[in-house]
Design a binder for this molecule. Structure first.
Ligand SMILES: C[S@@+](CC[C@H](N)C(=O)[O-])C[C@H]1O[C@@H](n2cnc3c(N)ncnc32)[C@H](O)[C@@H]1O
Length: 241
């Protein structure tokens, strides 16, 4: 694996390979490295997505679904009627997630977030958890999400970001550059994965820029907020039209 984050098809190949390789340890590392706060972040993301028309079954897309935690959080909610379609291009991640489905209406699909295998305007809502940062072309990913959502359909994006406050930023960068790669390497045996993570977060645009680009991709009513001192950002948007 290379040391730097590459672009285009190379990046797609690297990212797919990376997640395929760390899949068996992904959940454990996620909870360990975030001190379990990731579970709360996903709960907040699903809260923000809001409820759907009770009169019919909702169709919700979980893009870059990984081991399905976000989709399962939604499908497990009391009062949720419908189906979650969970797309990821790393099959081993989906396979890990399938062990946890336990009768909930989450349907994994192995596919590319930049070329979603669905017709236009079929989803009532969409969620992406820690996924857009990994896309080799984020704007194309946003346009695809906009294409498959029906007008008025809601989108929630949860993503790591660089905290705005000076102290938090220093603590965070120290953790990300020194502790996380060490623990990640020990537990996953994967040299590149936990060096790639801080690099990709550093590259991820500031929330205001992400909001602007969502607007350009066909979303309106875009808002965002920081969680946990700005370690993560949560964007909420509506498909225009
Ligand atoms: C950090 S994981 C997040 C998984 C999950 N959403 C969560 O909340 O833990 C990022 C996921 O995005 C997937 N991914 C990255 N680029 C993708 C693409 N172009 N198409 C589909 N999945 C992609 C990876 O395979 C990986 O499973």
């Amino acid at each position: 694996m290379p040391n730097a984050v590459s672009t285009g098809r190379d990046r797609e190949r690297q990212v797919r390979r990376l997640f395929s390789e760390i899949a068996p340890r992904y959940d454990l590392l996620n909870h360990l490295l975030s001190l379990n706060v990731d579970r709360w972040w996903r709960r907040v993301a699903v809260d923000r997505l809001g409820s759907f028309d009770r009169g019919r079954e909702a169709r919700v897309l979980d893009a870059c679904a990984g081991t399905l935690d976000l989709g399962l959080e939604l499908a497990g909610r009391k009062g949720f009627r419908g189906n979650v379609v969970a797309v990821d291009f790393a099959y081993p991640m989906l396979a890990e997630g399938m062990r946890k489905v336990d009768g909930r209406s989450v349907h994994p699909v192995c596919g590319d977030g930049l070329r979603l295998p669905f017709p236009d305007a079929v989803f009532d809502g969409a969620v992406v958890g820690f996924g857009v940062r990994n896309l080799s072309d984020m704007d194309r990913g946003f346009r695809e999400l906009s294409r498959v959502l029906r007008p008025g359909g809601r989108l929630v994006i949860l993503e790591f970001t660089t905290p705005p406050g000076r102290l938090m930023k220093r603590l965070y960068l120290f953790y990300f550059h020194h502790i996380l790669p060490l623990v990640g390497r020990w537990t996953s045996g994967h040299e590149w994965a936990y060096t790639y993570l801080p690099e990709s977060v550093k590259e991820y645009p500031q929330p205001v820029e992400v909001a602007r680009r969502l607007g350009e991709a066909g979303f309106e009513g875009v808002s965002w907020s920081y969680l946990t001192g700005g370690i993560t950002a949560l964007h909420l948007a509506r498909r225009a039209g």
